[in-house]
Design a binder for this molecule. Structure first.
Ligand SMILES: [Zn+2]
Ligand SMILES: [Zn+2]
Length: 402
């Protein structure tokens, strides 16, 4: 499903964060499942507007989306284990609650059911870990697996992550009576209702540690290091990021782990200019090669390729090697490699070369003139039946061609 998130939220491309928040809240209120008696279409819309909101409210994700579209934020076609921002209903509801704080009861009484009988006891989640992942263009061309070592925390083996001293168990929290939450009456858009917030004593866990574990001091986790393998799909771009769910820091006392976020840093290959999936290579040829034609070798990310330079080739002309560009992320096929030709004029001549060139000079034809003087090079290209493109630009082609 191709959806423009700006259209989904009905905001302009330069909308501020406040505009986005406002637009989302209005839409989310309208299509909230609790107000639509479980209507499927409303539920789908709720998930979609929430997804759009989650991307556009986050400057980093929004920038990636603006640049690469869905591929920038969803990691389409990425191997299993990579997250997408595609929400299920409970995740979408959490986003809505997180930002608009509308807890159980009142107009949204349905929430309690969604969270299992009103008990919102939850374990605290560990932090996300961000790592930079350096890649070469050759690795982007083929896809690769990188191994990273991260210093982080790991579950304490002495207490098994509970934080309680060996032989003891965490006990029920006195502040919240074990429910993990505190309830208050509050005013909201829909009148008075109950808000629910996590218990400050136990952090929402419902239990506290009386006798802390000696190794971890009650945290349930200790310093550690781990090695993680990250599969990088082919065709990724600089600043893309991959999210590995659950590979971040473990939560305190067996809380759920955060995510590992790998931000890609792609080293430029001096041989190529990258335009999306397409690459541009500058090829120097001699003027005899240009005049007579020649078979030359050009580098590609996949090794050398043969290119036939046609006789009469001019500086500025471009040849296209189809499918020798980078793989399209999340799609079949490859971009193209454009070879831009530059004719090299020798700046040193031997006596023999000079003599031959002088001889040629006596019999060669002048440069043809174009009536009106416009677009001379286009005329040349057309006359020679060569590719007309000059400035290669990335193009999106989907399946079926060739
Ligand atoms: Zn411990
Ligand atoms: Zn508590």
């Amino acid at each position: 499903m191709k959806q423009d998130f700006y259209v989904v939220l009905g905001v302009q491309h330069d909308a501020s964060e406040t505009d986005i928040k406002k637009a989302y809240r209005k839409l989310a209120m309208e299509c909230h499942p609790d107000r639509n008696n479980g209507d499927k279409a409303a539920e789908e819309k709720f998930k979609l507007v929430t997804e759009a909101y989650e991307v556009l409210r986050d400057p980093e994700k929004r920038a990636a989306y603006d640049r690469y579209g869905m591929a920038g934020v969803r990691g389409q076609g990425a191997p299993a284990g990579f997250s997408s921002t595609h929400f299920d209903l409970s995740e979408a509801l959490m986003v809505f609650m997180r930002d608009f704080g509308l807890g159980g009861g009142g107009a949204f009484s349905g929430f309690d059911n969604l969270f299992g009988g009103g008990q919102r006891r939850e374990r605290r989640r560990g932090h996300d870990v961000k790592v930079g992942l350096k890649l070469t263009l050759a690795e982007v061309a083929t896809g690769t697996t990188k191994t990273v070592r991260i210093k982080s925390l790991e579950a304490c083996t002495v207490c098994g992550g509970t934080g309680a001293k060996q032989g003891t168990q965490p006990v029920q929290c006195g502040t919240c009576g074990g429910s993990g939450e505190l309830r208050h009456q509050a005013q909201s858009l829909f009148g008075q209702f109950l808000t629910v917030s996590p218990c400050p004593t136990c952090g929402g866990e419902g239990t506290v540690v009386r006798d802390p574990c000696e190794r971890c001091g009650g945290e349930g986790r200790v310093k550690g290091e781990k090695t993680i393998q990250i599969d990088v799909p082919a065709g990724v771009a600089d600043h893309h990021y991959l999210t590995l769910r659950g590979q971040g820091v473990p939560g305190p006392r067996n809380g759920p782990p955060g995510d590992l976020i790998a931000v890609l840093d792609i080293k430029e290959d001096p041989r190529f200019e990258r335009h999306g999936d397409d690459l541009v290579y500058d090829l120097g040829i001699t003027f005899t090669q240009a005049a007579l034609g020649a078979d030359v070798q050009v580098p590609t990310p996949y090794g050398q390729a043969k290119l036939r330079v046609e006789s009469g080739t001019q500086t500025g002309m471009a040849y296209r090697l189809r499918n020798k560009g980078l793989p399209r992320l999340g799609e079949a096929g490859h971009g193209d490699l454009h070879v831009r030709v530059h004719v090299w004029t020798p700046n040193k001549l031997t006596a023999e070369q000079r003599k031959l060139l002088e001889k040629l000079g006596e019999i060669e034809d002048p440069v043809p003139e174009e009536p009106g003087g416009s677009n001379f090079w286009d005329t040349v290209r057309r006359a020679l039946g060569l590719e007309e493109e000059h400035e290669p630009r990335p193009r999106r082609r989907r399946g079926g061609e060739e």
